[in-house]
Design a protein around this ligand. Structure first.
Ligand code: CA
Length: 208
């Protein structure tokens, strides 16, 4: 298995202010302390360039979580995919975030990709991010995976915004019109095309 650690690259020209976790630099948006009481360790985002087996069959959503999505870059042919995501605990008991992963499916169109967390209410350093290549299906031959290093969500609570940014490593425009998880919502909306998993099992949405 060829696992390639992500090299944190500077943004494209004019985007130098979007790096995260730089000492002395304020967070990209209001960096209010998260309200979730999360006690989380550091994590490093990695880009994984390998095919990963998909779960067999589609178990019905468990009702434990809901995934909400917002498109932070509606242009369909610029240099960035910018999903905003948040997780809601839709169950009746506390949810361990370390058991939760999210997937944003897209087509690579022949490119390789890097991912950044621009801002997250829980703290970008408390997230794991990677790009996973998968066998091509309609609308996807890769997904962005987001996970959490720890913390818990009370019933009905949500993680707050997770603002991601994805670009091709060659900085060519990204074609988004053929991407399964892309939507037009400009406010957070439940998104069935952004699957969520609890303990590795599909708990929200539909895979492509
Ligand atoms: Ca695409």
């Amino acid at each position: 298995m060829a696992v390639q650690r992500q090299v944190r690259r500077p943004g494209p020209p004019g985007q130098a202010g979007r790096q995260r976790d730089e000492p002395g630099r304020p967070l990209r948006r209001h960096g209010e302390p998260h309200r979730l009481g999360l006690a989380l360790g550091l994590a490093v985002g990695v880009e994984v360039l390998l095919a990963e087996p998909q779960p067999v069959g589609l178990p019905p959503p468990s009702g434990k979580i809901r995934l909400q999505y917002k498109n932070n870059s509606p242009a369909t042919n610029d240099q960035e995919i910018k999903p905003g995501l948040q997780v809601v605990n839709a169950g009746t008991s506390a949810l361990a975030l370390s058991s939760v992963t999210l997937r944003y499916y897209f087509t690579r169109d022949g490119g390789s990709y890097s991912i950044w967390c621009d801002w997250a209410q829980v703290g970008c350093g408390n997230l794991t991010t990677r790009v996973v290549n998968v066998p091509a299906v309609s609308g996807a031959d890769a997904y962005i995976e987001v996970g959490f290093t720890g913390g818990s969500l009370a019933p009905g609570a949500n993680t707050g915004e997770i603002q991601l940014r994805v670009s091709r490593t060659d900085w060519q425009p990204v074609s988004e019109t053929n991407d399964y998880s892309r939507g037009a919502a400009t406010a957070y909306t439940d998104a069935m095309t952004v699957p969520g998993y609890v303990g590795g099992s599909l708990a929200w949405g539909t895979q492509p």
